[in-house]
Design a protein around this ligand. Sequence first.
Ligand SMILES: [Ca+2]
Length: 481
Amino acid sequence: MRSIYFFIIAFSMLSNNLLVAQNNTNVLVFIVDDLRDDLGCYGNDIVKSPNIDALAEKGVLFNKAYAQQGICAPSRMSILTGLRPETIGIYDIFTPMRKVRKDIESMPQFFKANNYKTASIGKVYHHGRDDKDVWDIYHSKEPNSYVKKENKDLIARLKKEKKKVKGPAFENADVEDEAYKDGRAANYAIAALKTLKDDPFLMFVGLSKPHLPFNAPKKYWDLYNRNDFKVPSRQKPKDMYKLALSKWGELKNYSNIPNIDALNDDLTKELTHGYYASISYIDAQIGKIMNTLDKLDLRKNTLIVFMSDHGYKLGEYGAWCKHSNMELDVRVPLIISRELNYKAKTNGSKSDALVENIDIFPTIAEICGLKKPKIDGKSIVPLLNDPLKAWDAAAYSLYPRGKKYMGCTVTDGEWRYTEWRNSVSQELLFTELYNHKNNNKVADKNVAADKKFKSVKKRMKALLQVQFAADRASFYTTPKY
Ligand SMILES: [Ca+2]
């Protein structure tokens, strides 16, 4: 009897160990640049994204996923380390992570240490030099390029005149996918899959569109009728903080964008057309890579993550691009499709749980049976098994204005509350409270000073304090890790 008892204990310990043992699941992450959730599977009935929609049919789509900062470089560092920007201590686009933080263990380092092959294709880290030596296969992000002769001539002339102006904000040449960089990135990814097919791998495919300039082959522009696009209201939310939005200089830097406060309807529609064509272009690249995965019979053992580094504004509030704490800039699409041989896989599910981009690293680690790293993010594997499971009360982001001001923001899924503080002393300068109930992503007025919403504000302030204490250290004190 006793020996049977020991046998049962030993067996259950063994099976528990098996559950957490490294299982050599492959990981393929599509990290898309500047993509907000304008996708068919997110209910946008204009955008054509059949391959991403197909992925959503085989996985869990997160309706309320958030980036930790609405700008490329810090957001990507955050994703690749599972750490919040305030833990890393870099909030600008110019500072490579390894220039100041050599101590942090990143996702590629962690997987490499666990005998994974690692691949970085296209724009993964914003600064390609970060962790460059860690990747077994590395194809750097390429500069933007133009195909049309008139645009090439224009760039050459601007260079000759030493003007800082970039080329046009969009191009629609009648060319093959490979004429622009994401088509080439797809080919590199396909080649890398063939090289890595016999090893466990972690592969990031960084697709550069729909980041500006919206350069995509004409066939993707031809999928849309410009008359279908609605021009959003240019109205800024009433009583919004004066520094809440940027002046979207990123867009105004392009040669065919006038330096004025509001773009007219025609140009708004033309830019929207370019953004949507760019989405369909990268969607097609994802389709090619997924087909290769199927052909190589790798899909059964490969986890797929589809994500974006932050959201975007397409003329809402009369503003463009990202660089803010507004809902449109921090909310991101996120789809996770487990390896096909995972028995408890949920297909075509949607989750309203509040999840953050920092959660991707621990989620992938858990699925691969690796010891979870000690980082800010937490595994959302329970949501992949049960997308309706009760989850966290809040998601957090931040955005600075210069070095002096820091906007700290929180959502509970319905309200967005933002405190603008002195970055060093934490002195409170301004508060914003926006109603985003019923999936309304555009804020109409700041009700932080409205007594009617006093209790909402109090509750949201308490939620914000969980991550951004009123007496916390300066955002520019080197954080501990
Ligand atoms: Ca970006």
